[in-house]
Design a binder for this molecule. Structure first.
Ligand code: CTP
Length: 420
């Protein structure tokens, strides 16, 4: 059996040094590795080191005529079974997304007909920048597997997502990609993107709310609830995997932004309502957030102190806007509007009442009697005017993916895509 061949493109950046360990792991596993290093990458790793470890010639320059005679760039881009970009810098991802070919690495990436896997590495702000997130979404839409970067402290001292995944994790993603053939799965072992022939939400815009809201009482106290945001974030991840352009309006949660998702953080229900309004129009909106029903009628600018008398300060509440009902009534009502409802009893009856009250198309009723908010799985019933679709208890990621399939079918029925 021939050994799998990897074309490894090494971008610039401090993480480039990790490519040395990656080449070592790949060689140890019996892969044939051919390295291409960008001019910026050469500042961090020498072609000589890579040549010694890969036991192969290292390519650096598009205009190296001798190489064009030996092996043209088209051939170089296609002889591999998989093209791996590690580290994939913000600049490389941007060029890949735009189809720019201004050096050997980017020319190979444009010319290849093989699956491509990118392992990003950059500063946290650069990773979270809407431009990079847009580029990641575009690449995933094009069928490129873009791994999620690791979270942690960065070389520049900042903290957050942006670190190059560990070489062992990249190797696992490579193994998975080769095993899957064209249907590549990413490092987590979960499908990190739908293969090119299965992006049922490509061309759709989807808005998702997630997490709790915090309603301040004074500068140090607030009203909150136990929503973890996990189901909403899993839905955002699944929507991006399915090819949608995703806007996630998130309450205060401690969760990383799924790849390819544009995220706006908010604190209160009023802020959430505002961001949702600005996010319209969309094809589908999925309101997963556990919005606080009430907020303090008056917010104290100073911390409320005990006055020593034992008297309890009055806490007057006022009702928050109902975001879901507001969107249902708006002129920009999405084609498909979905609400969530966590219930402990009479799940279906409550969901049917909510469907009518809120004016949405579906209520995803979530039975939280056995597994309260914050758990890892959900048992849901999709309640609509057409009836009730009850699913078994599933992990939140599986609920999210199944929901995306149902949403894609419904959108295709209600408003076929331009390309269909
Ligand atoms: N929702 C919303 N804005 C609110 C309250 C709820 O958009 N102010 C949305 C939620 O995101 C969810 C759906 O409405 O999709 C149902 O939320 P839930 O809290 O169950 O509804 P309530 O009307 O608050 O009903 P309950 O009396 O059971 O709390």
């Amino acid at each position: 059996m021939t050994k799998p061949r990897i074309l490894l493109i090494i971008g610039g950046g401090i993480a480039a040094y990790k490519s040395i360990e990656l080449v070592r792991l790949l060689r140890k596993a019996g892969y044939v590795v051919r390295c291409v290093i960008t001019r910026a990458g050469e500042q961090f790793v020498t072609p000589l080191t890579l040549a010694a470890l890969s036991e192969n010639k290292v390519y650096t320059n598009l205009f190296d005529l001798k190489d064009e005679v030996e092996m043209g760039h088209i051939q170089l881009s296609r002889e591999a079974d998989l093209v791996v970009v590690a580290p994939a810098t913000a600049d490389l991802l941007a060029k890949m997304a735009a189809g720019i070919a201004d050096d050997l690495a980017t020319t190979l990436l444009l010319a290849t007909d093989k699956p491509v896997l990118a392992a990003p590495a950059m500063n946290v702000r650069m990773w979270l920048h809407p431009a990079t997130q847009r580029n990641v979404a575009t690449l995933r839409g094009d069928g490129v597997t873009v791994m999620a970067p690791d979270d942690g402290e960065m070389a520049c001292g900042e903290f957050g997502p942006g670190r190059l995944p560990e070489p062992a994790a990249i190797k696992d993603a490579i193994d998975a990609a080769l095993a899957a053939g064209p249907a590549i799965t990413a490092m987590t072992g979960q499908p990190d993107f739908a293969p090119a022939n299965h992006r049922p939400l490509y061309g759709r815009r989807i808005l998702i709310t997630a997490g709790p809201t915090h309603e301040p009482i004074d500068p140090v106290r607030y009203i909150a609830n136990r929503s973890s945001g996990k189901q909403g974030f899993a839905i955002a991840a699944a929507a991006a995997e399915a090819g949608a352009e995703v806007l996630l309006v998130a309450g205060p949660v401690d969760l990383p932004t799924p790849p390819g998702v544009i995220r706006v953080d908010v604190e209160t229900a009023v802020e959430m309502a505002d961001e949702v309004r600005q996010g319209l129009p969309v094809d589908a909106a999925i309101m997963v957030a556990a919005v606080a029903d009430w907020r303090a009628a008056d917010t104290s600018v100073q911390k409320i102190k005990k006055d020593g008398s034992g008297a309890v300060p009055p806490l007057a509440l006022t009702e928050n806007p109902d975001i879901l009902a507001g969107v249902a009534k708006s002129a920009e009502r999405p084609t498909l509007l979905i609400g969530f409802a966590a219930e402990t009893n009479d799940v279906i009856a409550h969901a049917e009442a909510k469907l009518a009250k809120k004016g949405c198309d579906w209520i995803v009723a979530n039975d939280v009697s056995a597994d309260p908010m914050g758990g890892e799985s959900n048992r849901v019933h999709i309640v609509s005017k057409d009836g009730i679709d009850s699913w078994d208890r599933l992990p939140k990621a599986a609920v999210a993916r199944k929901l995306m399939e149902k949403i894609a079918d419904e959108l295709d029925a209600r408003s076929p895509r331009q390309s269909d």
